[in-house]
Design a protein around this ligand. Structure first.
Ligand code: IFM
Length: 453
């Protein structure tokens, strides 16, 4: 690769979404109740009482949304399957109408020359499985693998890229340790079990895929450099605990068949031993890794914050509407770190993007220069990482559409396309136009000075 910013011709240019965040119609066509449907309907869980009942109404408007993908020039679209549409009670399925929705979407994407990239579990699951204990229960991995297996068979030959889990760290941290997401637990012991069972579910799904699937399968994790706030050994150790917990907890097991040592320090007696047979499943090779990148953390030791005894400092630089520091160099760092520590597989940047308080559409435009800058600087960082050998084969902007940002509801907008949630009108943002030009020029526009794009 040269100094100029050019991406290979076969590079996938995508945008990403997830089922609960965009689909709406959560109970349509025989779908079961999902954990997120139930959780968001509980007062006090989501800002402004928002729910995913309508979201972007994508379940009914998916054909229009596909036209937007074409307009953007996307060569790939990453989306997730709502597990509860296929297995309403988590056990019996598949529900033909649920499956049909995704088969039609996949066929239409293929016809449009847009590669479907499917995530099997992007946080929403049948509520009935959560009632059993969710990921903290030992049966959950097998239920997940059964659902995955059914999908592999139904979509064989039509989908080339499958990710088992999206951001297992968030599922564990928010759902089982901090209580902010369903099932709303605050239990270090359950958090450890959930993490292990998520990995086991991943391993069982990979085994099913090897038996009956076609294409490539991988895992999607969210990574964040953890920089110590000072040279003090306490701060260094604190940063390394958080690094182990967030960045290595789900990747070391796949490559090395073990959890990072720091987890025992953090979880003490809750860090239990697991059977050797689990490790054989977890350690199976994957065909790619998906990396979601948003920001970094500067960490200092803090005796008042068990079990990590660490705290992230308030960010100093420019922040997004989520309060996350804009730190493009961290994307380069993460990709090079993964290339060195977990070698041998292609990588995708499966999510990257920013929420900002955009002005409302005016004369068919949304002026969002900060998001354009975010994409420009992060895509340049991605290109630098590739120039240093990071084997990245595609990039997925988060997100195609403004959508339901979990406990923040509709207040945080990440889309390339603005959604007026009252009328469901879509408007391409300036950043969407910029991304369109990035794709069209295979990156050349990234060499232009800011303001030109
Ligand atoms: O919206 C989420 C997505 O579901 C998972 N990754 C981070 C995004 C922004 O918070």
């Amino acid at each position: 690769m040269t100094d100029r910013t050019r991406f290979p011709a076969e590079f996938l240019w995508g945008a990403a979404t997830s089922a609960y965040q965009i689909e709406g119609s959560p109970l349509a066509d025989g779908a079961g109740v999902s954990n997120w449907h139930r959780f968001s309907h509980r007062p006090g869980t989501v800002a402004h009482g928002d729910t995913g009942d309508l979201a972007c109404d994508h379940y009914r408007r998916w054909r229009d949304d596909l036209q937007w993908m074409r307009r953007l020039g996307l060569s790939a679209y990453r989306f997730s399957i709502a597990w509860h549409r296929l297995f309403p009670d988590g056990r019996s399925g598949p529900n033909p109408k649920g499956l049909d929705f995704y088969q039609r979407l996949v066929d239409a994407l293929n016809q449009a020359g847009i590669e479907p990239f499917i995530t099997l579990h992007h946080w929403d699951m049948p509520a009935a499985l959560e009632d059993l204990g969710g990921w903290a229960h030992r049966d959950c991995p097998q239920r997940f693998a059964d659902y995955a297996h059914c999908l592999f068979r139904a979509l064989a030959g039509r989908v080339r890229l499958f990710a088992t889990l999206n951001e297992p760290w968030v599922i564990v941290h928010e759902g089982y340790l901090q209580g902010g997401h369903p099932p709303g637990l605050r239990s270090p012991a359950k958090a450890r079990l959930a993490a292990h069972h998520l990995l086991l579910g991943h391993g069982l799904a990979v085994a099913a895929f090897r038996a009956d699937g076609q294409g490539r399968i991988g895992l999607v994790v969210n990574l964040e450099p953890k920089h110590p706030a000072s040279d003090r050994p306490e701060d260094q150790a604190a940063a390394s605990r958080l690094d182990a917990y967030m960045n290595r907890q789900f990747l070391d097991p796949l490559w090395f068949g073990a959890y990072p040592d720091e987890l025992a320090e953090i979880f003490g007696p809750d860090q239990v031993e697991f059977p050797a047979a689990d490790w054989r499943l977890i350690r199976q090779p994957v065909d790619f890794l998906g990396i979601n990148y948003y920001s970094r953390a500067v960490v200092r030791a803090d005796p008042a914050h068990p079990p990590f005894y660490a705290q992230a400092l308030p960010p100093q630089g420019e922040c997004t509407a989520m309060g996350w520091e804009v730190y493009p160099a961290g994307l380069e760092t993460c990709l090079l770190w993964v290339k060195d520590r977990y070698p041998g597989v292609p990588l995708y940047v499966t999510e990257n993007g920013a929420a900002f308080d955009d002005p409302p559409p005016s004369a068919g435009r949304v002026a969002d220069p900060r998001r354009t800058d975010y994409f420009r600087t992060h895509l340049r960082a991605l290109h630098r990482a590739m120039a240093q050998g990071a084997p990245v084969q595609g990039y997925f902007a988060w997100s195609l559409l403004d959508n339901f940002e979990w406990t923040y509801g509709y207040a945080k907008r990440f889309g390339l396309i603005h959604v007026d949630f009252a009328t469901q009108t879509r408007t391409l943002k300036d950043s969407g136009r910029f991304y369109q030009q990035v794709i069209e020029s295979q990156g050349a526009i990234l060499d232009d000075p800011p303001g030109g794009g």
